[in-house]
Design a protein around this ligand. Structure first.
Ligand code: PHB
Length: 389
């Protein structure tokens, strides 16, 4: 009996010490909390981000910083009212090492607040909320995507260069729409244009008819819209059905036509948008990414898949420096900040506020592609207004 107890105790001790060694060497699995929309108007965006993230991890043999990855998934439904509870489940109940999410700016701001309080590493693979790399910036918060200001500002510059003098904006009424309009206005008005009216509707409503009637009556030179996912599909189709696409160009950040062209069909032909990704870049990195993505998921990649892929690259860069140790927070953060990310969009670096400094492409819809036409603004950095870091 006593021998058996001794043996059990020894086994327990041996196991405990093995576990401790494994943890110290970073041998246990990394817990990645994927907080993304898997339902609602942004559902396809969430799936593309998850696919992109997992593709990079697979290419690394399933490991980052020498450690295997385990995923915990939460459908955030793009609902800001549920965001704090959802992110706290990941941080407090599931004890994740890192959070990757999300798409919707309102949800992302609640996540950034929770991450700032807990110190958990957060990598945002889409949501452009200016505040996250502005007043809310923090050593443990990074973005692999864009700020709402970036593609919007670039489109303002392009619209003015196209000779447009007046524009009406039409967006969802939440942070992303508001900030996108502000960015466009800044680029457009600095170059001689004037935003004459700002139309909005609540997220995720898609009843555009009354607003399109108002636009038809006002006859601006151009319309600028922030819409994405299911809402972008519906707007572009309704705009064409109303015949407006023949007389007043519909501009926007590239979300208006990215990942949506199959559903928009002919209605999007010829549209000009600006974004940090495009079809037809024809670089070795992008060609390899697109082939691997298509093979793995039987789907064409889009900007969201690229942002998911690059979120994993950023995490990998940080963990390579700490050999998989999340405890070395300063080293982890410094390594991500200094990394040059070999993105399918083109290599990018991080601003001091942890947002990509990147080229904004001008794209034109041709068939099922957002074909690159040129670079609208080179190496554009978000101004990071209000970030003290
Ligand atoms: C946002 O809420 O920041 C957002 C959502 C969808 C997009 C882009 C930005 O495609």
């Amino acid at each position: 009996m006593s021998i058996r107890i001794a043996r059990t105790t020894l086994t327990a001790l041996a196991l405990a010490s093995l576990a401790a060694t494994a943890a110290a060497q970073g041998g246990d699995k990394i817990k990645v909390g994927l907080m993304l929309p898997f339902s609602g108007t942004y559902a396809a965006l969430g799936v593309a981000i998850e696919n992109g993230f997992k593709l990079y991890v697979q290419e690394q043999g399933g490991k980052l910083g020498g450690r295997e990855i385990e995923y915990v998934k939460v459908d955030d439904e793009s609902d800001p009212a549920k965001a704090t509870d959802n992110v706290n489940k990941l941080i407090k109940r599931d004890n994740v090492d890192v959070i990757v999410g999300t798409v919707h700016s309102g949800v992302a701001m609640a996540m950034a607040k929770a991450a700032k309080e807990s110190g958990t590493l957060l990598i945002i693979p889409n949501a452009g909320a200016d505040a996250v790399t502005g007043p809310m910036c923090a050593p443990n918060i990074f973005r692999s995507s864009f700020s709402n200001w970036q593609p919007a500002y670039a489109m303002g510059v392009v619209a003015a260069k196209e000779g447009k003098k007046t524009a009406i904006t039409l967006t969802w009424k939440y942070a992303a729409g508001d900030e996108s309009v502000n960015g466009f206005k800044e680029g457009f008005e600095k170059n001689g244009g004037k935003v004459v009216k700002q139309l909005t509707l609540p997220f995720p409503n898609v009843e555009f008819q009354a607003l399109l009637t108002e636009i038809a009556a006002a006859k601006p030179d151009a319309v600028y819209s922030f819409m994405a996912g299911g809402g972008a599909v519906k707007l572009v189709k309704d705009y064409a059905a109303a015949g407006l696409n023949k007389s007043i160009p519909l501009y926007g950040p590239g979300f208006l036509t990215d990942g949506t062209l199959d559903a928009q069909g002919d209605t999007a032909q010829g549209m000009l948008t600006t974004l940090h990704y495009a079809d037809g870049l024809n670089t070795p990195k992008d060609n390899a990414f697109r082939a691997a993505y298509a093979q793995a998921f039987k789907l064409q990649p889009d900007v969201y898949s690229v942002q998911g892929y690059d979120a994993a690259q950023m995490l990998g860069a940080g963990l390579a420096a700490t050999k998989g140790d999340f405890g070395k927070k300063a080293e982890l953060s410094a390594a991500i900040q200094k990394a040059k990310i070999d993105s399918p969009r083109g290599a990018f670096t991080m601003s001091r506020a942890h947002n990509p400094v990147q080229d904004m492409y001008l794209r034109k819809v041709e068939g099922k592609e957002n074909k690159v036409v040129g670079v609208a603004v080179k190496a554009l950095a978000d101004p990071a207004r209000g970030c003290r870091m």
